[in-house]
Design a protein. Sequence first.
Length: 144
Amino acid sequence: MSYAEKLFVDYSEFMVYGILVFTILSMTVLYIIFRKTEEYKRFKSLRFYNVIWKWNWMSKKRIVSLWCYCPECGSELTCDDESCRSSNVLANKITYFTCQKCGDVEKSRITGGDRKYVLKIVKLEIIKRVNENSYEDKVVNNNG
């Protein structure tokens, strides 16, 4: 075998190993990126304002079917935001969440707006946590 042939064989073997290492590294990086971007999809519930909020994802910034549930029995809560229509003062606008299964017991109250306001601030908190990759359960209180 001539020197040129031997050099070509050594070089081609080096290329095969190089391509193999590059492929493994590329696949690892793609797996990490894909896994990181899809992690938010497993985040579907949160204890916030003393109740459990549950939702589904349409996309990373689009939440659907958001509603709250009783932390004791798991039932869907009812909402009373009548005070929000009768007052222009934010401190007087209170949305109450009660559990019928627990005997109409108040589970949460949120000051500042009606149910649309509440859903908006809960969505903002969820999106904030996704952006920060902070999915742990933190209890946040607001007047109760």
